[in-house]
Design a binder for this molecule. Sequence first.
Ligand code: SAM
Length: 296
Amino acid sequence: MTDTQVVAEWYNQNATLEHNRLNTCRLEFSVSLRIIDQCLGQLQQHTDQPLRILDLGGGTGRYAVELARKGHLVTLVDISSSELELAKSFAAESGVTLEAFVEADARTIQVDPEGRNQRSVFTTCTYDLILCQGPMYHLLEESERRRVLCACASMLRADGILAVAFVTHYAHLRDIAQRAPARLATEMDRFYREYLSSGRYTRNPSMASYHTKVEDVRGLFRKVDGLLRTPGSNAGLNLSRIVACEGFLGGGLAGKLGDLSPDEYEHWVDVVMQFAEDEALLGNADHLLAIAERRE
Ligand SMILES: C[S@@+](CC[C@H](N)C(=O)[O-])C[C@H]1O[C@@H](n2cnc3c(N)ncnc32)[C@H](O)[C@@H]1O
């Protein structure tokens, strides 16, 4: 079982670092936002009303603020109180209002039936779009990851969309290949053999992390879909896309793009987007964004 308090404490200590992360990881942010925009476009085919969005593990609100700027009703949830405080000031400085800022552990969310608890933000059939770009990086047990995805699915309206981010094994292996290449040999028996099979990155006692592979993402969604199915209905959660958030430029290869002018930079985002779902390139990304649709 994951000690999520360790995770909360790490983000409490590193809230400012985390707020600035998407400036340095600009390509991850841009590609993810473009995919989220495509999801909004799909959802807005059926309505011209603002969409209800839950940003679960939304940290300091980088995505939430972008979505609120577009006029949507965004609820931000995170386990870190310090990040939520930063998110409040960031939203105010950006001139947007979020629906709510809620401190909660995604792993233990209790979803209330719609209409029963007026004060809860965790109610069934409520959200058009749920972003879950953070909790999967830290939940060590598959049962915990399944539980969070089932809770998200139950909070979605019919045809609502769930966007879930994961960190890959390759991201960590590329990182140590550059920073500490001898570590694989010295720690293979003590740590890496188990890490490579389970994805649990527990080497640092002040943080719990989980890294995955594309096939495991698919397997996780298949299990969640199976859990949601009921006899005689088509209900479930259909994984429709897996996107490489850094495209073919994972492992820090996009670092220099941050120095480009907005126009020069957007040309790179256009090209990366063209190949972001190429099966052969998914392993080149550090982050994967899985898109799934709720069927009722
Ligand atoms: C790497 S940050 C990502 C933040 C933002 N979603 C983004 O994509 O930039 C991971 C976030 O997930 C949050 N988080 C991790 N485990 C969580 C949990 N069990 N429940 C709620 N939030 C969690 C962290 O506090 C942190 O804000």
